[in-house]
Design a protein around this ligand. Structure first.
Ligand SMILES: Cc1cc2nc3c(=O)[nH]c(=O)nc-3n(C[C@H](O)[C@H](O)[C@H](O)COP(=O)(O)OP(=O)(O)OC[C@H]3O[C@@H](n4cnc5c(N)ncnc54)[C@H](O)[C@@H]3O)c2cc1C
Ligand code: FES
Length: 428
């Protein structure tokens, strides 16, 4: 038996791996024939067995799992459907492009999409609430309102970038990338208390998921949905909500139109003229200890929360989510305080990971910098709304690209919308 060189041994291993299941006593490689000793055969058998495990591991489909995926995942639009007679709210049904199962979610959670807005170098991140019941397991549905440019000043305020992209580009067959479901504005699925859902306009989407889940699971909890829109044209899922109201005795619908037109029918399409107010719920709240879920325009949510508290509802019973301000694209428009623009470069220490990097404006937010360098960072909305990314700011100061929805606690910051104003030490 002649000694094998490393190259020959490697060659034999490759041949060995390719002839995985053969019992080998001799090998031909590079025109030479090698008679193998017992010990050689043992080595090769051991290698075969290890290699076969590797090959099997790669061949085997990973287990089906309920664990959310990490990073972005591609979905295909399989269906789209307008949800109001104005045709500016559209549902998009999405199936995973890889054909593998998708994790379930909690009613009220949202997806964060990476939207390739035409004419922009970087994708825009936007959240859209899942509007279906989590019991519908093989697709996700989001319901998106198109944000039009206001009629009086179209030049200064262009149409919404992401919502226009959804409406104009996402036809059946199109692909879109999203992060896994996230968010903590979720229905308490273990409680049996009565529920009040309060929605303004497109803010109904997370509440629809809650409502659909309650119906799908045959819940007997008492539910009131208080829904405010301008008029019938804006009324989302009119037929579905009416059916629910008519056929599900424990669900009651109260609709307010703030600007009904002459073809809006009182007591058929809507019940109350004007804005929704906490006062409308007084009869319910006087005799029941309800959980309240609230989502809509910021002004409505503020007045509702104040009104509900005035009626004696404890603060902890009012859960709410904001879709953010109608934020002018602050990333490409002027930053919140101008300081970020003038920044040249700062030293950012991620103390928990023991890594330090230099930041310059083209790195974007601190969250983007962390992700770019594989630093573990929690996040969900990436818009300064949900607070998931909040982290201790041990040294230095930050500036925000847009006003955070809720001021972060002292000594913390929201890296998803923060840029450094000085060298920083972050607890990441
Ligand atoms: C948790 C969460 C869940 C959400 N769920 C939903 C949902 O289910 N359905 C839904 O429709 N939305 C939802 N949203 C809102 C959604 O994420 C987007 O904010 C919304 O679609 C608007 O994004 P856009 O890119 O279309 O608009 P943007 O491009 O961000 O524009 C928003 C507004 O700013 C104006 N504007 C843009 N650029 C400028 C500029 N340079 N100067 C001045 N004004 C400007 C636009 O005219 C528009 O009025 C959710 C948000 C959050 C945080
Ligand atoms: S990820 Fe939601 S606030 Fe930062």
């Amino acid at each position: 038996m002649q000694l094998l060189t490393i190259a020959e041994m490697f060659g034999i291993m490759v041949v060995g791996a390719a002839t995985m299941r053969a019992t080998i006593s001799a090998l031909s490689f590079a025109g030479k024939k090698y008679q193998l000793s017992r010990q050689d055969r043992q080595y090769i058998t051991q290698f075969q067995s290890a290699a076969s495990r590797i090959y099997q591991a790669e061949d085997v489909e990973p287990e089906e799992t309920d664990v959310p995926w990490v990073g972005k995942r591609r979905f295909q639009v399989v269906r789209r459907e307008y949800e109001n007679s104005n045709r500016d709210v559209c549902s998009f049904y999405l199936k995973p492009h890889d054909g593998r199962p998708i994790p379930t979610f909690r009613p009220g959670q949202f997806l964060t999409f990476s939207v390739p807005v035409p004419g922009h170098d970087k994708p825009e991140m936007r959240c859209y609430s899942l509007s279906q019941s989590p019991t519908e397991e093989d697709f996700y549905r989001v319901t998106v309102k198109r944000i039009d440019a206001p009629e009086n000043s179209p030049a200064e305020t262009p149409p919404g970038r992401s919502s226009s992209y959804f409406h104009d580009h996402l036809q059946p067959g199109a692909l879109v990338e999203t992060y896994a479901p996230a968010g903590s504005f979720c229905l308490d699925q273990n409680s049996d208390r009565p529920i009040i859902l309060i929605a303004g306009g497109i803010g109904i989407t997370p509440l629809l998921s809650m409502l659909n889940w309650l119906v799908a699971t045959g819940s007997k909890r008492e539910v009131w949905l208080l829904y405010g829109v301008r008029n019938r044209g804006e009324h989302i899922m009119y037929d579905a909500l009416k059916r629910l109201n008519a056929h599900t005795p424990n669900i009651r619908l109260l609709v307010a139109y703030s600007q009904p037109t002459e073809w809006c029918q009182k007591n058929i399409d809507y019940h109350v003229k004007g804005h929704i107010t906490a006062e409308l719920l007084r009869p319910v709240l006087e005799v029941r200890n309800c959980e309240i879920y609230l989502c809509g325009p910021n002004a409505m949510m503020t007045s509702m929360r104040e009104g509900l508290e005035a009626l004696g509802v404890p603060r902890e019973d009012i859960r709410f989510e904001s879709f953010g301000q109608s934020t002018p694209g602050t990333k490409s428009a002027a930053p919140a305080n101008g300081l970020v623009e003038s920044a040249s470069s700062f030293r950012i220490e991620f103390s928990r990971s023991g890594k330090t990097f230099s930041w310059s404006p083209r790195d974007g937010s601190l969250l983007e910098l962390a992700i770019e360098h594989n630093i573990k960072a929690r996040c969900a909305c990436r818009q300064g709304v949900c607070g998931t990314c909040a982290v201790a700011l041990k040294e230095g100061t930050v500036a925000y690209e847009r006003q955070p929805e809720n001021e972060p606690a002292a000594g913390t910051c929201l890296p998803c919308i923060a840029q450094p104003q000085s060298d920083l030490v972050l607890d990441l």
